[in-house]
Design a protein around this ligand. Structure first.
Ligand SMILES: Cc1ncc(COP(=O)(O)O)c(C=O)c1O
Length: 777
């Protein structure tokens, strides 16, 4: 967004007449017009004809300008009762020409000028004027419901669906105004976009783009809506909402001013109930986007006056609106549109402490809950979680919401498929096959057979059955402190559980090997990987009837430990020599989090015999997978059917595919690599200034900080780690601890995490650690 503003053309005014003469054979005088991204001139010939010369941003693509031209022609030919500019072709017959200037190569278009008074400058806004705006918008939206162009399907920051981009800038606003804007964004977050109609819309009926007739039959009626530079395919109701945002500006009764516009719109192109429900929120969201983008853009281009145009009135309107309960305009708009007053929300909206008490009453006490004062989270978007009071938290720890909380593409994939069909794998289904092929394509050739399940525990459970079937053995080797799931067999296979509170110790069929921890363990240096792998070699020799070696590709519960070089290569060789199967548990580490590779095991240069997947695979939807070789799958198919009621259902496959699409389309693996490296550098800087940090480790966006009271003795700072997690939560940043000594801060955020988020995390960690040191710890 900023770059687009920075790349606005900067053609000196005296060059505009030359361009007009050269391309259009027109002799004109020129005066500049305001624009955010482009450069526009009003041209006037000696005979008094007027034109707008539009010089596009260097970043503008020609197809998008073609969209604008086609849209103008489409609307001119439609029944919309407004004036539209005429597109003037160049002398060589082009609708879009090119000029070279110091600011780059720019596309140029010429449109006829439309007379009229900007809505912003009309003082007396009578009912009939406001109604004519509603009618104009409705006619336009109705007509455009039949218009399509591929360039309208774009990711555009002024599209209200993307208001999260503006929300990320709230930190740039004056501190006393942030809560106000945040409260409105929290409402935006609740919009159910799947319930709205979508079409191509104008998307910028602001009070300078709406023209009012000065004389003739259109006197005091809306005569034109200008500027098609913000056109986008999005929820249709956004067009009306954006216009309302500007109708409400600068009046003592903003909600009252909106009513005639909505009523007239409704007569021509009736809104649905869901659209009416979203309308007010969307209008206010537009104001919030304006103030947030202005905060960013005025930093980037302080001399661009256009950017400030609607800023001060927008603030005073937002302040005015914050006094009005949301339900008031919503109910009024419903009545205007002929819907009965909304029923009251269910009365069972409980406070956090009531919820906690009810949870204690109704749920099993073995379920734990985070933080001294538990969080009551009600929604999530991207790398943020929002609590019941509307407070937003930067989520640095939930790796399940891999591509971001409630990613709209994933949510849409799930809801659309749920609406269509959900069954089991005993029927042929395209999505099951497509998803299996897409998963296999991410893995080495040997791993070519997929079984879909519903969780990481189930995946490991199935992997154990497969390993036993193929090897003929029963016994397993696992790494100390590891966790592989919550089923009977997986608890037996998880030292983190069987040695922890309530555990019954190591079962006879399991052999434990030490964690390959080069910070605290007994081996460091370049041979550490081989030295730790030697323990696996010894265990493999000692274990009779070896079935499998289970190992995470980086150790999570163990304390965010990256395996030393050669570890898996040598360990796998020893296990295979003893007839065992090598299982890579990628439940925590897979799907691009490593940054350099899609799978963490690839960083060790090995190919496992079985890979188990979970957590990020469905971005929160219960899904897991076991992928193995053709030979192992064949041994497992011993006559007993493997049936899994939910595993591989079409909804899960649609979700899994959507997650893979988003990782690819949003280049999230590269993001994990770049932001992970940036964040790690910041953590290393913290290490040099805070002695409590003993070790910084990790790869991509799988990072950890080990806290120690003494860098020589490595005395674990568990109490300090717990304090830090609480303190960071109070500051709006979510983290948690891990490791056998509970002194490792784990960092594994959704991989949409940005550099700005990394800065927020580092600066809060730094000041919290300063506070801790000042308190004598
Ligand atoms: C490494 C590892 N494997 C398996 C599991 C079990 O996955 P789930 O909780 O989806 O059953 C977990 C869960 O935390 C895990 O961390």
């Amino acid at each position: 967004m900023t770059t687009a503003v920075q790349k606005a053309p900067r053609i000196p005014g005296d060059e505009a007449p030359q361009i007009a003469r050269q391309l259009f054979d027109l002799k004109v005088s020129a005066s500049p017009l305001p624009s955010e991204r482009d450069q526009n001139f009003l041209l006037q010939t000696e005979r008094g004809e007027q034109f707008v010369l539009k010089i596009a941003n260097a970043e503008e693509n020609k197809d998008f300008l073609d969209l604008q031209n086609q849209l103008i022609r489409f609307l001119s030919a439609s029944k919309v009762n407004l004036e539209f500019p005429r597109i003037v072709s160049s002398t060589s017959g082009q609708d879009i020409s090119t000029v070279k200037t110091d600011s780059g190569e720019h596309f140029v278009r010429l449109l006829t000028w439309l007379e009229g008074i900007p809505f912003a400058e009309v003082q007396a806004r009578e009912w009939k004027l406001l109604s004519s705006l509603g009618t104009a918008l409705a006619e336009t939206d109705l007509a455009l419901a039949g218009f399509s162009h591929p360039s309208a399907h774009r990711f555009f920051y002024w599209d209200l669906r993307r208001a999260g981009l503006a929300r990320d800038l709230v930190g740039l606003l004056p501190p006393h105004r942030r809560a106000l804007v945040e409260r409105f964004f929290a409402e935006w977050e609740k919009i159910d976009w799947t319930s709205l109609r979508f079409s191509v819309i104008h998307n910028d009926a602001n009070d300078y783009n709406v023209l009012v007739g000065g004389d003739g039959p259109r006197r005091n009626y809306v005569s034109a809506i200008l500027d098609y530079g913000d056109v986008v395919h999005t929820a249709t109701v956004c067009n009306l909402a954006i216009a309302l945002a500007y109708v409400m500006l600068g009046t003592s009764n903003p909600i009252g001013a909106a009513v005639p516009v909505i009523a007239a719109y409704q007569e021509t192109f009736p809104l649905t109930e869901a659209e009416v429900a979203a309308l007010y929120t969307l209008a206010v969201t537009r104001l919030c986007c304006s103030v947030c983008f202005a905060a960013k853009q005025t930093r980037a281009a302080p001399d661009n006056e256009y950017l400030n145009i609607s800023n001060a009135p927008a603030w005073s309107l937002l302040e005015q609106l914050q006094e009005i309960p949301f339900e008031q305009p919503r109910n009024l708009f419903r009545l205007v549109c002929g819907f009965p007053r909304a029923k009251n929300q269910p009365t069972r909206s409980r406070t956090s402490s009531e919820l906690l008490a009810a949870r204690r009453q109704n749920l099993g006490p073995s379920l734990s809950i985070s933080y001294e004062s538990p969080l009551h989270i009600v929604s999530g978007e991207r790398q943020f979680l929002v609590d019941a009071s509307g407070r937003r938290y930067l989520d640095c720890v939930n790796n399940v919401a891999h591509v971001g909380h409630s990613h709209p593409y994933v949510v849409t994939a799930a809801t659309e498929q749920m609406r269509k069909l959900n069954t089991n794998t005993r029927y042929l289904h395209e999505l099951l096959i497509e998803y299996s092929e897409r998963l296999i394509a991410t893995l080495p050739d040997e791993l070519s057979v997929v079984h879909l399940v519903n969780s990481g525990s189930e995946a490991n459970e199935l992997a154990l059955r497969m390993a036993r079937a193929h090897s003929g053995g029963d016994n397993c080797i696992v790494v100390d402190c590891s966790y592989h799931g919550n089923t009977n067999a997986m608890i037996d296979l998880s030292p983190y559980k069987f040695e922890g509170p309530g555990g019954r110790g190591c079962p006879s069929w399991v052999q434990k090997v030490p964690m390959p921890d080069v910070y605290r363990g007994s081996h460091q240096g370049k041979d550490a990987g081989s030295q730790y792998a030697a323990y696996v070699g010894i265990a493999a020799k000692q274990t009779k009837n070896l079935a499998a070696f289970f190992c995470e590709s980086a150790l999570s519960c163990g304390g965010q430990i990256i395996l030393p070089a050669d570890y898996l290569r040598e360990a796998y060789a020893a296990v295979r020599a003893a007839g065992g199967i090598c299982v890579a548990d990628e439940v925590q580490t897979g799907f691009g989090r490593a940054g350099s590779h899609f799978w963490m095991f690839e960083t060790q240069g090995v190919v496992p015999d079985i890979v188990t997947l979970g957590k990020p695979i469905g971005n929160g939807h219960p899904l897991g997978a076991v992928i193995t070789t053709r030979e192992i799958a064949a041994s497992f198919a011993n006559g007993m059917e493997y049936f899994n009621t939910f595993g591989g259902n079409p909804v899960s496959c649609a979700v899994g595919l959507a997650v893979l699409d988003v990782i690819r389309d949003e280049e999230l693996q590269r993001n994990a690599l770049e932001v992970g490296a940036y964040l790690k550098e910041g953590l290393i800087r913290l290490h040099s200034s805070h002695s409590l940090i003993g070790d910084v480790r990790g790869q991509g966006l799988f990072l950890g900080l080990e806290l120690v009271r003494d860098r020589q003795t490595l005395a674990p700072a568990a109490r300090e780690a717990a304090w830090l997690v609480e303190e960071m939560k109070n500051r709006g940043v979510l983290l948690s601890t891990d490791g056998p000594l509970h002194n490792v801060i784990k960092i594994k955020p959704p991989i949409v995490f940005s550099r700005l988020d990394a800065d927020v995390l580092i600066s809060n960690l730094s000041s919290s650690l300063n506070d801790l040191a000042a308190a004598g710890n």
